[in-house]
Design a protein. Structure first.
Ligand code: ISL
Ligand code: CA
Length: 601
């Protein structure tokens, strides 16, 4: 069926636009800022950018509350700036996807305004509006919401709309109104938005909480026992809803797949060869990539969405890797990398032929994985660099499609926030208020918010040492200070230093490009039960080339007494690793390949 799609072998890179690079000195990262840093990303070897939302939005949830799906937020620039960024990506052989938030719209979206004005009119069916049983247009103080579902950001998932005499559903903030996908016009609008952006050259989308779009008809009460277990009530009625697969495959057909005849390619993308050089201009791909953000679906449901016809998504994010079983994001604990190993052994072992998973450790919703792994040891620069490399080797050399989040490539850790006034994210602030209302002191409440705060990952990118880290042009201060604990963890300091975390990422991404073994599906795990040692062999089925990757999961020296493929050798510090190639023609092990000077010596 033709060559594999480009994203099979791609490295994605998530940009949080507000915090990447500010071109006009207002302290807020923007689109021209990203364009100005594209050579950095191309030099890192990134194949595709994913931008967190850049659409017009009141910004109640960092842009995950969209007011106009066809306009760029003024703080980020203009549509022309975005066109220029798309063209600049394609010119460098990179692709670019946007973040489409269509489980809900902002309450300021014209559809929702129209729905409030005339709940019985056509836009009333775009949302979940329910009659308000209270008298005189205002919910009586004791009038109960239509069901017991709770919001991910605290409280009931329903808000009263006094003027419209209705309740409206919001699984997230009270200004993020859930769209009713059972209404055909809603699905048609979304497909239209996707086609419009495809026509502008966008190569696909990351689809926000896309597994929540199909709610069980009638919106029955959630099971309180499940609510207690998971922390959110009602989830079993929408996290893998009855029409989910149907709606996604329909969206694929109507939005992501270009008919060959009626819509010629709108854009061309330069081919990027294995050695990094640029080749011919290729027409835009016929099918845009569909990456699903799918909290809670687990391995088997994720596979149902990606591997079964009619096809729904291309890739899903499985969040179970981010916390040890029994732990949640708010817990303050040291993450044991042995769990990460178990997770991937299990996950990869369950995949069928042709299935690929997204490999990610950081994003804009989570504290930095490096901080979870190291705890207070993150203050030790040597250990921090070593652990960052260990994580990089895992994320970039296991089978799958890596999604790096900005800053991972320089070993970014959590921000050392001092008090609640330094946090901006509504989820952190709401949680803080809830804890205070329940009787916690200010210090206690802050301590219970800090470990899981989404703000950690959202601080400005550290391009260079100095107070503003070169995030903003001129002397402008970034919208949020990004203090750095240790010298050496900026792009400028690491650039060109063969021992640096940055050059390690560059080297591994280059290796992925040069060695088909690393983008094949084949993997054999060595010593699967070891809790200290994570090693595997990748194979190129065509040439027989093998690459062995060995990662020490601990902070101490380790002797790996191998049998079979692994010979005895000593690791010093976490993150030492080696890739040993074995050509199919040669028996036994070849010479250890040193990559970027950081390999096993
Ligand atoms: O924070 C969570 C719940 O406490 C996560 O489940 C998170 O909300 C979930 O992964 C969905 O995230 C996405 O949708 C949200 C938005 O705030 C996040 O930034 C986005 O990644 C609502 O649009
Ligand atoms: Ca700016």
């Amino acid at each position: 069926d033709g060559p594999p799609p480009w994203w099979h072998s791609a490295v994605f890179y998530q940009v949080y636009p507000r915090s990447f690079a500010d071109s006009n000195g207002d302290g807020i990262g923007d689109l021209p800022g990203i364009t100005a840093r594209l050579d950095y990303l191309a030099g890192l070897g990134v194949d595709c950018l994913w931008l967190s939302p850049i659409f017009d939005s009141p910004g109640d949830d960092g842009g995950y509350d969209i007011r106009d799906y066809r306009a760029v937020a003024a703080e980020f620039g203009t549509l022309d700036d975005l066109d220029a960024l798309i063209a600049a990506c394609h010119e460098r052989g990179m692709r670019i996807i946007l973040d489409l938030v269509v489980n809900h719209t902002s309450a300021e979206h014209p559809w929702f305004r129209a729905a409030c004005e005339d709940p019985d009119g056509p836009y009333g069916d775009y949302y979940f509006l329910r009659d308000d049983p209270g008298p005189a247009g205002n919910p009586a103080p004791d009038s109960a919401p239509p069901n017991n579902w709770t919001s991910f950001f605290g409280g009931s998932a329903w808000r009263p709309l006094p003027e419209a005499r209705r309740w409206a559903l919001h699984l997230f903030a009270p200004t993020q109104m859930d769209l009713n996908w059972d209404t055909p016009a809603v699905r048609a609008e979304v497909a239209d938005i996707v086609r419009w952006w495809r026509g502008r050259g966008i190569d696909g989308f990351r689809l926000d909480v896309i597994n929540y779009i199909s709610k069980r008809r009638g919106l029955p009460d959630g099971n309180p026992a499940i609510g207690k277990l998971i922390g959110f009530t009602g989830i079993e009625h929408y996290f893998f809803g009855p029409r989910l697969h149907a709606y996604l495959s329909e969206l694929r057909r109507n939005g992501f797949t270009r008919g060959d005849s009626d819509s010629p390619p709108s854009s061309t993308v330069r081919e990027r060869r294995a050695d990094g050089s640029l080749g011919d201009r290729l027409p835009q791909d016929r099918v845009g990539v569909m990456v699903g953000e799918t909290p809670g679906v687990g391995v088997e449901m994720g596979r149902l969405l990606t591997a079964h016809e009619p096809r729904a998504l291309d890739l899903t994010f499985n969040f179970d890797v981010l916390d040890e079983p029994g732990r949640v994001r708010w817990d303050d604990y040291r993450y044991d990398l042995a769990y990460l190993k178990d997770f991937y052994l299990d996950y990869l072992g369950r995949l069928g032929a042709g299935e690929r998973i997204a490999l990610f450790l950081d994003n804009h919703d989570n504290p930095r994985m490096l901080s979870k792994v190291l705890g207070e040891d993150a203050a030790n620069p040597a250990l921090r660099a070593a652990a960052a490399k260990a994580l990089a080797a895992i994320q970039l050399l296991l089978p799958g499609v890596p999604f790096l989040f900005q800053g991972q490539e320089i070993g970014a850790i959590n921000q050392d926030f001092r008090g609640i006034s330094e946090l901006h994210d509504l989820e952190s602030l709401n949680r803080y208020e809830e804890l205070r209302a329940a009787g916690a002191s200010a210090d206690e409440a802050f301590a219970q918010v800090l470990p899981g705060a989404r703000d950690h990952a959202r601080v400005p990118m550290r391009w260079a040492p100095g107070p503003g880290h070169d995030h903003s042009s001129g002397d402008a201060a970034p919208w949020q200070p990004a203090a750095e604990r240790s010298a050496g963890f900026t792009v400028a300091e690491q650039d060109g230093d063969p021992e640096s975390v940055l050059e390690f990422h560059r080297a591994l991404i280059r290796l992925r490009r040069e060695e088909p073994a690393l983008t094949s599906e084949e993997v054999e795990f060595l010593r699967p039960h070891s809790r200290e040692y994570f090693a595997w062999i990748r194979r190129d089925p065509v040439t027989g080339t093998e690459i062995t990757v060995e990662v020490n999961l601990t902070a101490g020296d380790r002797a790996a007494r191998g049998s079979g493929h692994v010979r005895r050798h000593t690791y010093s510090r976490c993150g030492r690793w080696r890739a040993r190639r074995r050509d199919g023609a040669i028996r036994g092990h070849g010479v250890a390949a040193r990559v970027g000077g950081t390999g096993f010596a």
